[in-house]
Write a protein that binds this ligand. Structure first.
Ligand SMILES: Cc1cc2nc3c(=O)[nH]c(=O)nc-3n(C[C@H](O)[C@H](O)[C@H](O)COP(=O)(O)OP(=O)(O)OC[C@H]3O[C@@H](n4cnc5c(N)ncnc54)[C@H](O)[C@@H]3O)c2cc1C
Length: 389
C-alpha cells in the first residue's frame, strides 16, 4: 500500500480541518476532549447533539459506501479524518456501536429492507445501538448463549439475560444473539436479532465499575418482542453474522483508537516532563518503547486494513490491547504516589487514572487475548483444536 498522501488527500485534510475549526465553537467548544473509553458518561447528551451536528454536515459513517448514506472515504482519507478529529480535540462520538459494528454488518448481511429501515437512522445518529452478545455463562464461549427466542404471532419472543452491555442505558436498539433452534454443534441454531429496547419486556440494570462509572449494564429480556423479519441472515445461521460483526469491531475502528492512544501517550510524556519523572532512565526507556510500539501499531494497521480482514483482525487486537494496558501501567509509574490518590470523593479520577483502570479491560472485550491466540493457533499455525467439554 502507498502510504503517501496524494494532493487530493491533502485537500481533503484542509477541508475537514477548516470545518472542525469553524464548528467546534460556541456551545460545542466546551466539549473538547470529553468522552471515550471509560469516560462515556461525560456530557453524553451534549456529545449526542454534536454527533448529530456532524451527521447533518455529512461527517458521520465516513467510511461507509455512498449508496448506504456514507461518505465513501478511502482508507487513507479515513485516517486523515480521524487524525484531524483528534488534532482538534473533538469530543468522542456516541454512536460507534451503530456506525462501526451494526451498520457494516447490515451492509454485508442485511436485507435491502433492513438496510433501508436502519442505516439512515444510524447515519443521522437518530437511533443508538448496543451489542447483546455476552451472558453470565457465555463470554469467550459465545456459542453457549442461553437467551432463547421463539416465533409467536409474527414476532420473535425473547427470554434471557445479557451482561456487560455497553451503553444499553442510552440505546434504542440492541443486536442480540439468541438461540432459536438446535443443531449438531453449539453455534448452530443461533440467530442475530434486532430488538427495540424501549418495551416492557426489557429491563436494564447498570453495573458499577472500578472506574466509578457505569457504562455497561445487565440487560434482562422477559418476553421481549421484535418483528419476525428483524433477523439478520437466516434464522439459526446467525453465527456467521455475529463473527462478521466482531471482525468489524477489530477492524477500521482501530485506526481512530490509535490516534486517541497517541494523545494519551503525549499526556504521559507531558506529565513526566512536569514532575521530573523524565529524568529517570527507566521511565525514559519505557516511554521510548511505548512510542515505538505505537508507530508499529499504526503501520501494521495501515498495512493490514488495506486488505481483507480475517485473521489479521485477531493479530491487530493482540498487538494493541497489551500495548494500551502497559501504557496505563506506565502512566501510573510516571504519576508516582500522586497516581494512588483521587482528587475528590468518591471517584474524582484524573484522565490518566481512568486510563490505567479502563485499560485493564482491553485484553478482554472484543474477544480476549487468550481467545485470539487460540484462533491464530488453530487457523494460521494449524495446531490441533483445543479440547471442548
Ligand atoms: C469494557 C467492556 C465492554 C464490554 N462491552 C460488551 C458489550 O457491549 N456487549 C457484549 O455482549 N459484551 C461486552 N463485553 C463483554 C466481553 O465481550 C467479555 O468480557 C469477553 O468476551 C470475555 O468473556 P467473559 O467476561 O465471560 O470472560 P470468560 O470467557 O469467562 O474468560 C475469563 C478468562 O478466561 C480466559 N479463557 C476463557 N476461555 C478460554 C479458552 N478457551 N482458552 C484460554 N483462555 C480462556 C479468558 O481469556 C479470560 O482471561 C464487554 C467487556 C468489557 C470488559
Amino acid at each position: 500500500m502507498d502510504l503517501n498522501y496524494s494532493a487530493e488527500d491533502e485537500e481533503f485534510r484542509r477541508e475537514i480541518r477548516s470545518w472542525l475549526e469553524a464548528n467546534l465553537v460556541g456551545r460545542f467548544a466546551q466539549l473538547r476532549g470529553l468522552g471515550g473509553s471509560g469516560r462515556e458518561h461525560e456530557a453524553f447528551e451534549e456529545r449526542l447533539e454534536w454527533n448529530r451536528h456532524l451527521a447533518a454536515h455529512g461527517w458521520s459513517c465516513v467510511g461507509w459506501p455512498k449508496e448506504h448514506g456514507g461518505r465513501g472515504l478511502s482508507l487513507l482519507q479515513q485516517v486523515i479524518f480521524h487524525e484531524e478529529y483528534a488534532r482538534a480535540d473533538a469530543p468522542a462520538r456516541v454512536n460507534h456501536l451503530g456506525e462501526e459494528l451494526l451498520g457494516p454488518t447490515l451492509i454485508a448481511f442485511g436485507t435491502p429492507e433492513q438496510q433501508a429501515r436502519f442505516l439512515p437512522k444510524i447515519v443521522a445518529v437518530e437511533e443508538l445501538w448496543c451489542q447483546g452478545y455476552s451472558e453470565p455463562g457465555a463470554g469467550s464461549d459465545l456459542a453457549s448463549v442461553s437467551t432463547k427466542a421463539r416465533l409467536e404471532d409474527g414476532q420473535w419472543v425473547i427470554d434471557g439475560q445479557k451482561v456487560w452491555t455497553s451503553l444499553a442505558h442510552h440505546a434504542d436498539w440492541c443486536f442480540v444473539i439468541a438461540r432459536t433452534g438446535t443443531g449438531d454443534r453449539p453455534h448452530h441454531g443461533l440467530s442475530y436479532l434486532l430488538v427495540p429496547m424501549d418495551q416492557p419486556g426489557v429491563q436494564i440494570r447498570p453495573i458499577l465499575q472500578l472506574t466509578g462509572t457505569s457504562e455497561f449494564n445487565e440487560v434482562f429480556f422477559d418476553g421481549a418482542r421484535t418483528d419476525a423479519d428483524l433477523v439478520v441472515g437466516e434464522p439459526g445461521a446467525g453465527w456467521a453474522v455475529a463473527m462478521g460483526t466482531l471482525g468489524f469491531e477489530r477492524g477500521v475502528s482501530t485506526l481512530a483508537q490509535q490516534i486517541a492512544f497517541q494523545r494519551e501517550l503525549d499526556a504521559v510524556v507531558d506529565l513526566a516532563r512536569d514532575n521530573g519523572a523524565l529524568e529517570d532512565p527507566l521511565i525514559r526507556d519505557r516511554i521510548v518503547s511505548a512510542h515505538m510500539g505505537l508507530q508499529m501499531l499504526r503501520l501494521h494497521g495501515l498495512r493490514t486494513l488495506s486488505g481483507e480482514q480475517g485473521i489479521e483482525a485477531s493479530i491487530t487486537k493482540l498487538l494493541w490491547a497489551p500495548w494500551h494496558r502497559s501504557l496505563g501501567e506506565l502512566a501510573m509509574a510516571v504519576a508516582g504516589s500522586a497516581g494512588l490518590t483521587v482528587a475528590e470523593a468518591p471517584y474524582g479520577l484524573s484522565p490518566l487514572q481512568s486510563l490505567f483502570l479502563f485499560s485493564r479491560a482491553d485484553t478482554l472485550y472484543g474477544g480476549s487475548d487468550e481467545i485470539q491466540r487460540n484462533v491464530i493457533a488453530e487457523r494460521v499455525l494449524g495446531l490441533p483444536k483445543e479440547a471442548r467439554a
